[in-house]
Design a protein around this ligand. Structure first.
Ligand code: ADP
Length: 492
């Protein structure tokens, strides 16, 4: 794989020049400079990609038995596993994520594809007993052509979470990665090619959201859109897809509460809470960006957050020693710094960080120091809105009821964590948290088999697990008369 040049789109099993797009320099957020040249497509490219996905769906893919789909997916997964290092390098160049994090994340993806491959030949329906006159049964059939629209923070993970279940279900795909970070998704095309997937089953067309993305959403040849990104974008997408009544799955933002009760093993809780405040430079919807701390351990937690912020090695993404790279693009850097100003004006205590790091090697990159706000009130904007930067907002609370009220007191409901050594409290509190996933005495544990998605404004539907597979299937009910007799309605 040539890491620096992805100058063609992957459509119909071929590497093609963009028809009404072109090429662009892809920016390395650690230097602010172009590191490679990447193809992007426009509406005409989306049209060809959808036509090729439709042809593949009606042609070879639909006819392939599930176990053969599974075999191809396994071959792809095995190849993917051999390319983790390469893929991680590409992704870290493109979005600035520390290579140790990219390796850890991408190193798991082959297992996602394997797990969904194992379901590809098990899509059975049910028989429905009624009476002797009919035989009724259901079949699970693929939803058809799926448009996948993915974000810049975790392009390959977002793709794996969608491609695994979609291919297992028998769908075909047009994948449109985010304009800021398209390179790693194009690299997937080479692996699909090498694995021997029929042409057109997976098509990859980077492009601008409001152009290529919007066209994909509105396209009558696309049956479903699987989207990960911002809530505001999801609302626009809903409107563009309304005319064709698309199926949608949405994985949107979060403002996850990470609750530390005084009876917890506080050192363990701190490992998880600090890790998840600054992982991916704060750019993941599941991170515990609100740290809720019970009063008796509040001072200790605040002090430790400050101390540990100084232990985070901010550095170049490809340096294995780096804990935290830059923000993925300039607009995100500006957004984070703006929220720091908002937090200060709102009266939260900025204890450390909050500034751009621009000395020496960092001068042109989008680096922000790990940031800690304490004494944050639950209704402040920094506690309500998704910042997507390395900013921890620490909020004190007293007792379970207040913890639950604060935890549930945002429009989001994606993820939550709680730390306690009281097993009854763990269950009591977990059962009342409005979030699609609740971690108890752990954090950010996600696997192929564990459903993931949001309550409230954090999304529609679930990725991973059997639920994800369901979202790429339609149920057909077939009712067969055993008599062949149908009464004449007008006989009497
Ligand atoms: P962010 O604002 O953080 O970049 P977005 O939600 O806008 O996040 O981006 C996620 C994905 O949505 C990207 O692939 C982007 O190109 C795409 N996108 C943005 N706007 C639209 C749109 N109007 N229609 C379809 N896709 C879009």
């Amino acid at each position: 794989m040539d890491n620096a040049n992805f100058q063609r789109l992957f459509i119909g099993g071929e590497w093609v020049e963009p028809r009404d797009g072109g090429t662009r320099g892809s920016i390395d957020p650690a230097t602010g400079e172009h590191w490679g040249t990447v193809a992007y497509g426009g509406e005409a490219d989306i049209d060809v990609a959808v036509a090729s996905a439709q042809a593949a769906f009606e042609g070879p893919w639909r006819k392939l038995p599930g176990w053969e789909r599974a075999a191809l997916m396994r071959k792809f997964a095995d190849l993917y596993a051999t390319k983790v290092e390469e893929l991680a390098q590409i992704e870290s160049r493109d979005n600035g994520r520390a290579i140790r994090e990219s390796l850890g994340d991408i190193g798991l993806h082959a297992q996602y594809y394997h797990w969904f491959a194992s379901l590809a030949d098990k899509l059975s329906g049910r028989t429905i007993p009624i009476d002797d006159s009919v035989h009724a049964f259901t079949s699970r059939v693929p939803a058809g052509v799926v448009g996948m629209i993915t974000p810049w923070n975790v392009p390959l993970m977002a793709a794996a979470w969608k491609l695994g279940p979609a291919l297992a279900a028998g769908c075909t795909v047009v994948l449109k990665p985010a304009e800021q970070t398209p390179a790693s998704s194009l690299a997937l095309g080479r692996i699909f090619e090498e694995a021997g997937f029929p042409p057109g089953v997976v098509n990859i067309v980077p492009g601008d959201g409001p152009v290529a993305g919007a066209h994909l959403v509105a396209h009558p040849g696309v049956n479903k859109i699987a989207f990960t990104g911002e809530g505001a974008t999801a609302k626009t997408i809903l409107k563009s897809g309304a005319d064709t009544l698309k199926r949608f799955s949405f994985e949107l933002g979060g403002k996850a509460p990470h609750i530390i009760f005084a009876d917890a093993d506080v050192d363990q809780a701190l490992n998880a809470a600090t890790g998840s405040a600054w992982a991916l430079c704060g750019q993941s919807c599941a991170l515990g960006s609100r740290v809720l701390v019970e009063r008796p351990v509040y001072d200790r937690v605040v002090e430790e957050f400050q101390r540990r912020a100084k232990c985070v090695r901010v550095g170049m993404p490809l340096d294995p020693a780096t804990h935290m790279g830059p923000q993925a693009h300039q607009a995100q850097l500006e957004k984070t710094l703006n929220y720091v100003e908002i937090g200060k004006k709102e009266g939260a205590a900025l204890l450390t960080g909050g500034e751009r790091i621009a000395s020496g090697d960092f001068s042109r990159g989008y680096f922000v120091a790990p940031t800690v706000f304490a004494d944050v009130a639950p209704d402040m904007r920094i506690a309500q809105e998704e910042i997507f930067g390395p900013v921890a907002s620490i909020i004190p609370f007293e007792g379970e009821e207040e913890a639950i009220a604060i935890a549930n007191g945002t429009p989001y409901g994606l993820a939550a964590g709680l730390w306690t050594n009281d097993v009854g409290r763990a269950h009591r509190v977990a059962a009342r948290i409005e979030a699609g996933i609740v971690w108890v005495n752990t954090y950010r544990y996600i696997r192929w088999s564990t459903p993931y998605g949001g309550f409230k404004t954090s999304g529609w539907g679930r990725e991973n697990g059997l639920e994800a597979l369901d979202s790429y299937l339609e149920t057909r009910t077939t009712i067969v008369s055993t008599t062949g007799k149908f009464p004449d309605p007008f006989a009497s």
